[in-house]
Design a protein around this ligand. Structure first.
Ligand code: AKG
Ligand code: FE2
Length: 223
């Protein structure tokens, strides 16, 4: 099996920005089948908004959803997660994070880092996970639920964490003080169906409102 060749642009973007959006890790038929499976997991029909839930953020393990984690995907996850030429294992399930349309005007979201729930007690160092991924199951137009990501925030947040390792020993204490990290302005992604956002454990990001007419359907998984 050949290792999926990630372009050097993706690698440098990931190092400099703390995230990169990668296309072509799964065929369109795989992403389309996963989208259909997502609708079936939600017990809702795409053409009938009356059947849509208000929110849907839960684990899903439909085989057509797991099929998104192709060899190419797993190899890129390993490369960006710092284990080049290894291959991460396919997950048994993934977290669906679907964002339903709102009629409210679009507002920029605030930043957070993951694994920052106090009760979960994740430590900041060593990093609580090697790489996180968001897999988008349909095209996302501007302001229609594309994830907000703060370029370079992983470095600013690491500097903050290193400035007081005792105070910021836990992800939740660090997350509370992100305003002190001066992370600047976010980029609002407009991914296409099947695109995968890879992001670093200290990359500031946020879910953003969907002012479109269709739900934003996506999967989150971390290694
Ligand atoms: O839905 C998104 O675009 C991001 C969600 C997120 O960051 C989270 O649930 O931790
Ligand atoms: Fe998050």
């Amino acid at each position: 099996m050949n290792v999926h060749e990630l372009s050097s642009k993706h690698l440098t973007d990931y190092v400099q920005d703390g995230f990169t959006l990668v296309s072509g890790l799964m065929g369109d038929s795989i992403a389309t089948a996963a989208e259909l499976a997502m609708w079936s997991c939600m017990k809702a029909r795409p053409d009938d908004p009356d059947t849509w839930p208000d929110s849907f953020a839960e684990g899903v393990d439909h085989p057509d959803i797991i099929a998104c984690y192709t060899d190419a995907f797993l190899q890129v996850a390993a490369q960006l997660g710092g284990e080049s030429s290894a291959r991460f294992e396919a997950p048994g399930g993934a977290l669906a994070i679907n964002i339903f349309p709102t009629e409210e005007p679009w507002q920029p979201p605030g930043p957070h880092i993951d694994h920052a729930i106090k009760e979960h007690g994740h430590r900041t160092f060593p990093r609580p996970f090697r790489v996180a991924t968001m897999t988008f199951l349909d095209d996302v137009e501007y302001h229609c639920g594309g994830t907000a990501v703060w370029p370079g925030s992983h470095q600013a947040i690491e500097r903050l964490a290193r400035s007081d390792e005792e105070r910021y020993g836990f992800m939740w204490t660090l997350n509370q003080d992100l305003h002190r990290a001066e992370v600047g302005d976010p980029v609002i992604l407009t991914p296409r169906r099947g695109d995968v956002l890879f992001y670093d454990a200290l990359c500031a990001h946020g879910g953003s409102a969907n002012t479109g007419s269709r739900p934003r359907l996506a999967l989150n998984h971390k290694w």
